[in-house]
Design a binder for this molecule. Structure first.
Ligand code: ADP
Ligand code: ADP
Length: 237
């Protein structure tokens, strides 16, 4: 369970990106976070894993206050939070397999998988995941040989290699065409449901959010303006 209490972020520039946001995401729940550009969506998920330091408020994962952790404990806590990025963040010159395995190292050391030897069970898990997303045959290809949709599949299963309990997903379809965007959203939601993973998916495309996520939270000006099932959200904003 992720519990966010009165989370506030004011950037040094004076922008109030989050204004005392309260939010709970139960274990295993997939939630879409929607809102116009500048609403605070990226800031919210980055405050959860403290890529951005909140100005005030509390973020707790299973009762552990993440905002109070020192750097060692924070590193361990981050291993339980998988991150999926808009621009995939693959290491282009490494193979697909090396990129997937790098998920084991956490997202601060993607490139380090190049010289690292991984245990056999990690390699087997990586193959199973590649097979699950239809990319087993691409394992030895370099990442820069992949299409956008294939890259995002690799980004997704790299995050799963961390065995996270929570996925933080920032605009996963922003660089993809509409058909690939639907495939990627469906894949993220299916994988979360198969594994009982909670997720916060930032997505500005309201129709995609409605089609795939059961719960939608709308953010605007750093405040929650909607929280409910997809059916309750009438028309795209
Ligand atoms: P998005 O809408 O996907 O969040 P943006 O274009 O708003 O993307 O932001 C891109 C990057 O610039 C992000 O890392 C964000 O934190 C940073 N950023 C956004 N707004 C500002 C700002 N006013 N001043 C400094 N950095 C900003
Ligand atoms: P969204 O992801 O919904 O587009 P952001 O979290 O990127 O929203 O931005 C929320 C607000 O915070 C915007 O006003 C943006 O300009 C500002 N902002 C984001 N990142 C930074 C930053 N690094 N420095 C200053 N202001 C920022």
């Amino acid at each position: 369970m992720l519990t966010i209490d009165a989370l506030t972020k004011r950037y040094p520039t004076g922008d109030l990106a989050l204004d005392a946001v309260d939010l709970q995401v139960p274990a295993g729940q997939v939630m879409a976070l929607i809102g116009p550009s500048g609403a605070g969506k990226s800031t919210l998920i980055r405050c959860v894993n403290r890529l951005v330091e909140p100005t005030a408020g509390r973020v707790a994962l299973d009762g552990v206050d993440l905002t109070a952790l020192g750097s060692g404990a924070l590193r361990r806590a981050r291993r339980r939070m998988g991150m999926i990025f808009q621009e995939y963040a693959l290491v282009e010159r490494l193979t697909v397999m090396e990129n997937v395995l790098s998920g084991r190292l956490g997202y601060t050391g993607f490139w380090a998988s190049w010289f690292r030897r991984f245990p056999r069970r990690d390699v087997e898990q990586a193959f199973r995941l590649l097979d699950r997303v239809g990319l087993a045959a691409m394992a030895d290809k370099r990442a820069d040989a992949l299409s956008g949709g294939q890259r995002q599949r690799v980004g997704i299963i790299r995050a799963l290699m961390q065995d996270p309990q929570l996925l933080l997903v920032d605009e996963p379809t922003a660089s993809l065409d509409p058909k690939t965007s639907r495939q990627i959203m469906r894949l993220i939601v299916e994988l979360c449901e198969e594994r009982g993973l909670a997720a916060i998916i930032n997505i500005h495309d309201v129709a995609l959010a409605q089609q795939f996520a059961r719960r939608i939270v709308g953010l605007r000006g750093g405040r929650i303006v909607f929280d409910g099932p997809a059916e309750a959200l009438a028309a795209p904003q």
